[in-house]
Ligand binder design. Structure first.
Ligand code: ATP
Length: 354
């Protein structure tokens, strides 16, 4: 585990206390350059409040906000080394894609020619060279998202904030933009914080999830750890996904570490495959009549109760989480150390490019 303590003047060190009428946000966030953090939480939990406080759009009631060792609380938002991608991208409608991206560098003292050269470079990197003269209304959702990202990155931010970066996109575009955004974030050398409702976005894009409920952090950690050991019902439902990486060939994703998973999607190349714990069926004995292609022998490592469901943490051929009813758990005599067979139908899995 990396040392996340930004005491060496690198990264984000924040304690955000913000009062809004009867609501209080009180969270501490630490990150080192290269970290991608996802803030997740139910409606009204305080995610947007946190993002706005980080951007300087809401004042702190108390606490501190240090970036690379500099206290930002008194720096006006437009002078902070902070790039923001808003949910609906907020591109200037009357400016071309190029001038939208050039806006930040221009405001920070670059000449018009310099700012445009930098903007052009960013648009190239985003694969948008041929759209530099296009106005936002003629861009697709995915293209507008990339322009917004280029605009945020063009100021060389030390903190990149993304508010529901994929929410405005239709399901198809979302897949593609998610994969692309992931590559950009992986190469980003400062701290990135994104707010999302979507556990899949969070797990694919972030190295660390910070779950906020009612203004407080209720759990944080690596996505896989949180998925296996959720501490609240909300998190159990939210991150209820088994997620793996591998290489797809047709309807099969061969995992980097583990067996192959049969999916309905037809892909080739690096891919993720995910399925919810509720999609897993458990058997004590090897099922004979089952048509499921995905059949693995596992051992119960742990059990946790969430309402009337039991989440089984399984190890073995494929580590996975499975949700079963309390009745089923009793019938299967599930207990740590018990060996079980797990099946997942291809139709219950979801594969997408990595
Ligand atoms: N302008 C405002 N004035 C006063 N209180 C507000 C204001 N905006 C939001 N709040 C309150 O702050 C709390 C947190 O809201 P916030 O928008 O940060 O949550 P969120 O986690 O982003 O929710 P959502 O997922 O619905 O966007 C809520 O209880 C909300 O009622």
């Amino acid at each position: 585990m990396t040392d996340r303590d930004p005491t060496h003047d690198e990264g984000l060190d924040a304690h955000l206390v913000v009062d809004r009428d009867t609501f209080r946000l009180d969270i501490a966030l630490q990150a080192i350059p290269g970290d991608v953090i996802a803030l997740l939480g139910p409606n009204g939990a305080g995610k947007t409040t946190a993002l706005r406080a980080l951007a300087g759009l809401l004042p702190l009631t108390r606490g501190h906000l240090r970036l690379d060792g500099t206290e930002l609380a008194r720096t006006p938002p437009e002078s902070r080394p902070v790039g923001v991608v808003f949910q609906d991208y907020l591109l200037f409608p009357h400016l071309t894609a190029l001038d939208n991206v050039a806006f930040g560098p221009r405001c920070r003292g670059a000449t018009k020619a310099e700012a445009r050269a930098q903007a052009s470079d960013w648009l190239n990197r985003m694969g948008l060279a041929q759209h530099s003269g296009t106005k936002p209304r003629h861009l697709s959702g995915g293209q507008a998202q990339r322009v917004a990202l280029a605009r945020a990155l063009a100021i060389h931010p030390r903190l990149l904030l993304l508010d529901e970066p994929l929410a405005a996109l239709d399901a198809r575009t979302r897949l593609e933009v998610r994969a692309r955004l992931r590559r950009h974030l992986a190469g980003f050398e400062a701290v990135a914080v994104l707010v999302t409702h979507d556990p899949l976005d969070a797990m694919v894009l972030a190295d660390r999830l910070v779950v906020v409920e009612d203004g407080r952090i209720v759990q944080q950690g690596a996505p896989a750890d949180i998925a296996r050991h959720p501490r609240t019902d909300y998190i159990a439902q939210l991150v209820g996904l088994n997620l793996y990486r591998g290489r797809a060939e047709g309807h099969t994703v061969r995992l980097d570490a583990g067996p192959a998973i049969t999916t309905t999607e037809h892909l080739s190349g690096p891919a993720f495959v995910a399925f919810p714990p509720g999609a897993v069926t458990l058997y004590r004995d090897r099922p004979t009549g089952s048509s499921a292609r995905n059949l693995w022998r596992c051992e119960v490592a742990g059990l946790e109760t969430h309402g009337d469901q039991i989440r089984a943490d399984l190890t073995g051929e494929l580590p996975l989480a499975a949700d079963v009813t309390t009745v089923a758990a009793a019938e299967l005599d599930l207990h740590p150390g018990a060996s079980v067979w797990a099946t997942v139908k291809a139709t219950q899995t979801h594969a997408y490019p990595a």
